[in-house]
Design a protein around this ligand. Structure first.
Ligand code: BG6
Length: 484
């Protein structure tokens, strides 16, 4: 589709739009990647004229653009693309004003970005339909959280599906926009060196860590009802896991890739009240110190109903029951107020069947360590001879750095730039299909229901640590350790 696109952002003056979407669009313009984009129309409930919105955007871009990327010339053209239209999501007349504004432009295609409360996604789609604003050239982008369990997710999906076809529905998971996640596909399927060994015959275990050093940062109301499992595992962690574990797709087309990811999600073994205790750890941060700063605990900060039943950390032992992965545990953990911010995938290979060497190779295993953030890197941990004249061959670990260092210099792009560009161009590869999101919910629901049935306690951990001791024990009982 080579149509010019008008992008309409619902929640256009909200947090996501201000911090992420407008800066990402500005960067795309700076990189001259916006040839398909016509106008950016922000909508919101407050009345404001376009000039006021432009001044607001100017001020906010200065605040939220990465340092050194402001460019007056880019702004001169960018500001001309920005428009504002007051739309109260429940008021039909407001959609008529939007319609007038859209008709006045030259772009036949429309991309509606819903960055509001997900509970009103269905209503917005219906209004767009009634106002004649959803046609065969329209697409919709949905931000997370898509519901808080399978049932609520299905409801949202169903309401949206009454207006937009699945091919026109783009569900965001910003982790899929991260460079290293895409690089994982290249590394796995571009290297004959890795692909034959990517299975249970060679791999001992897989670890995925998404650690944050921040707390709930003023989002306590949302977070208290959500918790780490719903906020991070249901989407980001499972999306990363499905790319690590998927079979080679028939092609790089969106359907082929998403079909393979889907098979992994379906093969995840649901948890039960009988096994959830052994396979999961729930934690909550207490007071402590992060990066040298004293901080308070979650319960002191989040004085919301239900906060005491909310976990801010979770560690899991997940099982994928299929030919490739049977017998390989996937250890997953994510949490807030941990010692540092980093996201990493570790593929740990099996130990040698027999050791010829003077030191114990059991502690020294091959690992492929894939770092998503703060920096992007891939390194292969191998073993070679410890140099010197000592008697006996001794092994030492050596890291092969597979990182393209240009990735960590200068112009790293934000995940939202990649995803906005793809949505504008109509490429669904890095967006979640309906069945993926729902299957992921089915799995996390099995955990939540088992926790509820068992009354699984939440263990405190001091802020600035890597979670409760039980998370270490989760691996230790298997004779393994988290790679840190
Ligand atoms: C969001 C979660 O989806 O991802 C937040 O709602 C979390 O709680 C954020 O902080 C983490 O994203 P990133 O890109 O900073 O790792």
């Amino acid at each position: 589709m080579s149509h010019m696109v008008d992008l309409v952002i619902f929640g256009g003056t909200g947090d996501l739009s201000t911090r992420k979407l407008l800066p990402a669009l500005f960067q795309l313009q700076r990189h001259q990647l916006t040839d398909r984009l016509h106008r950016i129309i922000a909508t919101g409930r407050s009345a404001m004229d376009t000039d006021t919105f432009r001044s607001l955007a100017h001020e906010n871009l200065h605040k939220f653009l990465p340092e050194g990327t402001w460019d007056e010339n880019v702004w001169d053209t960018f500001r001309e693309r920005l428009f504002y239209c007051k739309v109260d999501s429940g008021i039909p007349a407001d959609y008529q004003s939007l319609s007038k504004l859209l008709d006045a432009g030259e772009a036949p295609a429309r991309l509606y970005y819903l960055a509001t409360l997900p509970s009103i996604y269905g209503g917005i789609c219906e209004q767009l339909h009634d106002a004649g604003l959803a046609n065969e050239h329209s697409r919709v982008v949905l931000e997370k959280p898509l519901g808080h369990d399978l049932e609520s997710c299905r409801n949202i999906n169903e309401q949206v599906a009454r207006v937009f076809e699945e091919e026109a529905t783009f569900r965001i998971d910003h982790y899929l926009g991260k460079e290293t996640v895409q690089n994982l596909i290249a590394v796995r399927f571009g290297n004959p060196l890795f692909s034959p060994q990517w299975r249970n015959t060679f791999i001992d275990n897989v670890q995925i860590t998404v650690a944050e050093d921040i707390g709930v940062e003023g989002r306590g109301g949302y977070y208290a009802k959500t918790g780490a499992l719903r906020d991070m595992v249901q989407n980001h962690v499972l999306q990363v896991l499905s790319i690590v574990a998927m079979e080679p797709p028939a092609s790089l087309r969106p359907t082929d890739i998403r079909d393979e990811k889907m098979k992994v999600l379906r093969a995840l073994v649901p948890m039960t009240p009988a096994n959830v205790k052994d396979n999961t750890v729930r934690g909550r941060y207490a007071a402590g110190a992060v990066n040298g700063q004293a901080v308070t605990g979650f319960l002191e900060e989040a004085e919301y109903k239900d906060a005491d039943t909310t976990e801010t950390f979770v560690a899991l032992r997940a099982t994928i029951n299929n030919w490739r992965w049977a017998g390989v545990p996937f250890y997953l953990r994510t949490g807030k107020r941990l010692s540092r911010r980093y996201s990493e995938i570790v593929i740990e290979y099996k130990q040698l069947p027999f050791s010829l060497f003077a030191n114990d190779p059991n502690e020294l295993t091959n690992k492929l360590v894939i770092r998503l953030q703060p920096e992007e890197s891939i390194s292969l941990h191998t073993l070679n001879k410890k140099p010197g004249l000592t008697r006996g061959l001794r092994l030492q670990p050596v890291e092969l750095n597979l990182t393209d260092e240009s990735q960590n210099k200068g112009d790293r792009y934000d995940a939202y730039e990649r995803l906005l560009l793809d949505a504008i161009n109509g490429d669904q590869t890095l967006f979640m299909r309906r069945d993926e999101v729902e299957t992921a919910w089915r799995w996390t629901d099995s955990i939540i229901e088992s926790w509820e049935e068992n009354g699984t306690p939440i263990k405190n951990y001091n802020s600035g640590t890597m979670g409760p001791n039980a998370a270490t024990a989760l691996m230790a009982v298997d004779g393994r350790n988290w790679y840190e």
